[in-house]
Design a protein around this ligand. Structure first.
Ligand SMILES: *Cc1c(COP(=O)(O)O)cnc(C)c1O
Length: 344
């Protein structure tokens, strides 16, 4: 019988479980007496929902948030009895069977969802819209007869110092004063940094767990969790006047040495980094366009770099966001399926 060959991926994410736990603990401490949950939607912001949830459970996190019931199916089996899981997008008619079979609670967002869930008599969460105008019920909506576990709202601009934050806080306080629930929750990562008024009983960080810096207050406190590494597939020399990559957007003015790496926009390393991204802690510049599966680096200064070597792509989230024009959230959730994910 033929034995399948062992395949090793030519690109990998190095994921730092200690940094993840450190970030959760920092956010928990910053949130004062509030419980600190974890948004693990979008496959744990691209890192892997199962791996992230397992580590945060070990650290003591007991409140998890996903976007959809498909995501809940992945996370729910990991949770002990005393942990809780909420599904932000609520419950569509098509979700009812999965929802009733799950221990997760829907976060009800519309009158239709309220009507759908009320007859079950089961616990739910409720999202109140306080001005984001995304998902959620109006503060005065009829919630009678619901068994509300967590009442929440979501901040639209907590990463900025704007009057909208105070307005949303005021509206949420008023709602919390009139709607009975076991717990109240307003703050995402950035909201935690806004101070004690915003913490209520439970916070819901996502970005900062995974190494994003939501506001200056968190700079220097949050540790990077993700490192991106790709293997050199070829080293080549080009002469003055030669061009590199699609559409020849780069033309060499002098002889150069290039390393061609196994990573590209299909892996989530988007064309926004063309001619701008760097690797090796700033030592190597990306030359020309990012291709689907490849990039070229200028390694003229590094004669030791050769085929089969691994090079770290510079992916510090705040700086990579500044360089590319992508958000820190996008930089995380873009990271594709072709990476081998290696935790330590
Ligand atoms: C994604 C999300 C969060 C987490 O937000 P971060 O900015 O990543 O900390 C919290 N609450 C809701 C409703 C969300 O959709």
């Amino acid at each position: 019988m033929a034995i399948a060959p062992v395949m090793t991926a030519p690109l990998r994410l190095r994921l730092d479980g200690d940094a993840l736990v450190h970030n959760w603990r920092w956010l928990k401490a910053a949130g004062g007496s509030a419980a600190c949950g974890a948004a693990v939607k979008a496959n744990g912001y691209g890192l892997g929902a199962v791996d992230v949830t397992t580590r945060l459970l070990d650290a003591g996190c007991r409140d998890f948030f996903v976007a959809t019931w498909a995501e809940a199916v992945e996370v729910a089996p990991l949770l002990p009895e005393d942990a809780s899981l909420s599904v932000f997008h609520g419950v569509r008619a098509a979700d009812m069977e999965a929802a009733l079979a799950s221990r997760a609670r829907p976060v009800l967002n519309t009158a239709e969802q309220v009507a759908r869930w009320k007859p079950t008599g089961r616990a739910c969460d409720v999202m109140i819209d306080t001005g984001m105008n995304r998902l959620g019920l109006a503060p005065g909506a009829d919630l009678s007869g619901l068994n509300i576990h967590t009442l929440m709202s979501h901040l639209a601009s907590a990463d900025q110092d704007v009057v909208q934050n105070g307005r949303q806080l005021e509206l949420f306080r008023n709602a919390a004063a009139t709607i009975t629930a076991q717990r109240y929750s307003l703050a995402n990562s950035a909201g935690i940094c806004l101070g004690a008024d915003y913490h209520f009983g439970l916070t819901r960080p996502g970005l900062a767990l995974y190494g994003g810096t939501p506001r200056q207050e968190a700079a220097g406190q949050i540790r990077p969790v993700v490192a991106v590494e790709a293997e050199v597939l070829q080293r080549r020399r080009i002469e003055a006047g030669e061009s590199v990559g699609y559409n020849a957007t780069f033309v060499a003015h002098q002889p150069m040495e290039l390393a061609i790496l196994n990573i590209g926009y299909a892996d989530g390393y988007l064309r926004a980094f063309s001619g701008k991204g760097t690797a090796g802690e700033g030592r190597f510049s990306i030359i020309g366009r990012v291709s689907m599966d490849l990039i070229a680096l200028d390694v003229s200064s590094a004669p030791e770099v050769g085929e089969g070597d691994w090079i770290a792509i510079d992916y510090d989230l705040p700086s990579a966001a500044a360089v590319s024009g992508l958000s820190q959230y996008e930089l995380l959730t873009l990271l594709g399926r072709r990476f081998e994910r290696i935790w330590r």
